[in-house]
Design a protein around this ligand. Structure first.
Ligand code: FNR
Length: 382
């Protein structure tokens, strides 16, 4: 496929769907139960209207911003998503190269299909990465990983995912459990020798022979994390700032802000609808925070993900107070559509759409975006 003819994120997904394996498609596409949160994540952006101002010079448009003080060229980053090599051999390293070209930040999943060292190997000096952690039942495994991550200067923070202490019920993924092996490509972390050494007398039972990819990856993940115990444990094993991913209420956003400066950002996310179905889209949580504890925005950065498919979605999230937006499936499907170049096309499309939207709104820089640019009445009635 000539990627130039692919004009939007839905078309990228359609191309990838034809090219990737059934098992990979089921894992990437799937979400919990009835896919309610997944579809609402995107639909909610259609309900927010934009309020363009005219007679404003829009010759220039600058999408650059910072995350935790690190410069990036666009407010769109790649969310941590497991198993990129299910889509294409370029894998997470290919995503890193695409991000380098567009000055975008990348969050590396703990369940990436390449090691973190491989992924950052050809990164440019100013490229920004975060590393995502699922704390393991056997803490020594996580501690060994953190020790490795602490040595990678390219990784600027640890993103601790909280919304999926157990996996959601993803029926598409479950249906594909009898196709091939549980994990057609291994998660790099499971291959690591220093990790397996610490687990020779492992208490975690072996997983059943046939499981969906999601279920297999979650095997061994800790379900006993708490505010009181986990953050001090993490502080003892890394001095990197912490980003908490999967915040879905204003109460938890507020609690997170009390943990600044160790916690420097939160990601409002329902895991792309893959954890608890009918959990709220990030837009609703943004509106809650604005209403009940707007001081959170001054204490920590607020990032969002879920359902981002258009530049107008990006702009609406920023207008509501998000510092940046993550894309999960769009990047994976980009990889499936054309490897590294497919991810580049995804970032190119989203950047160009964001610029067009900013210009037509009469905005030159991302930090000028605010509530004056949107009408959220239809969402607030929900
Ligand atoms: C994810 N997500 C995810 N999150 C995380 O913290 N660690 C992970 O390993 C994964 N793995 C993963 C795999 C796949 C296939 C998907 C689709 C998602 C969630 C991801 O970071 C993000 O929250 C959502 O993907 C955002 O929604 P969209 O952009 O996919 O709609």
């Amino acid at each position: 496929v000539d990627l130039e003819t692919v004009l939007n994120i839905d078309e990228i997904e359609a191309v990838a769907t034809k090219q990737i394996s059934k098992k990979a498609w089921a894992y990437y596409y799937s979400a919990s139960d009835d896919l309610t949160s997944k579809s609402f994540n995107n639909a909610v952006y259609r309900k927010i209207l934009l309020r363009p101002r005219v007679f404003v010079d829009c010759t220039n448009c600058d999408t650059s911003t910072t995350f935790l003080g690190h410069k990036v060229k666009m407010p769109i980053y790649v969310s941590p998503a497991a198993m990129a090599r299910l889509a294409h051999a370029d894998g997470e390293h290919g995503i890193a190269q695409a991000c380098e070209k567009f000055g975008a930040m990348q969050l590396i999943s703990q369940n990436a299909s390449m090691t973190p060292e491989q992924i950052v190997a050809d990164a440019k000096e100013d490229q920004v990465f975060g590393w995502q952690l699922y704390v393991q039942n056997e803490r020594a495994k996580s501690e060994a990983m953190l020790e490795r991550i602490n040595k990678l200067f390219q990784v600027k923070f640890i993103c601790l995912t909280l919304d999926a202490p157990v996996p959601g019920k993803r029926e598409d993924d479950e249906r594909s459990k009898n196709i091939g092996s549980n994990l057609p490509v291994r998660a790099a972390v499971q291959e690591d020798a220093s990790v397996s050494k610490t687990t020779s007398n492992s208490k975690t039972p072996s997983p059943p022979k046939s499981m969906g990819v999601g279920q297999s990856l979650f095997w061994g993940t800790a379900a006993d994390l708490t505010w009181r115990t986990t953050l001090p444990w993490l502080a003892a094993h890394t001095s990197l700032p912490i980003v908490l991913k999967g915040i879905q209420t204003h109460e938890d956003a507020y609690l997170a802000s009390l943990h600044a400066p160790q916690v420097k950002a939160i990601i409002l996310s329902n895991h792309g609808g893959r954890a608890l179905d009918t959990a709220p889209p990030a837009v609703h949580t943004l509106l809650e925070i604005r209403r009940y504890c707007p001081e959170v925005f001054d204490k920590i950065e607020v990032w969002v993900d879920g359902g981002i498919k258009r530049g107008t979605d990006v702009v609406k999230a920023l207008a509501l107070g998000a510092r940046g937006v993550g894309v999960g499936r769009a990047a994976l499907f980009g990889l499936g559509a054309g490897g590294k170049e497919g991810v580049e096309r995804v970032l190119e499309i989203l950047k160009a759409e964001t610029e067009t939207c900013m210009r037509l709104l009469g905005v030159e820089k991302v930090d000028q975006l605010g509530l004056q640019h949107i009408n959220t009445r239809a969402v607030e009635r929900d």
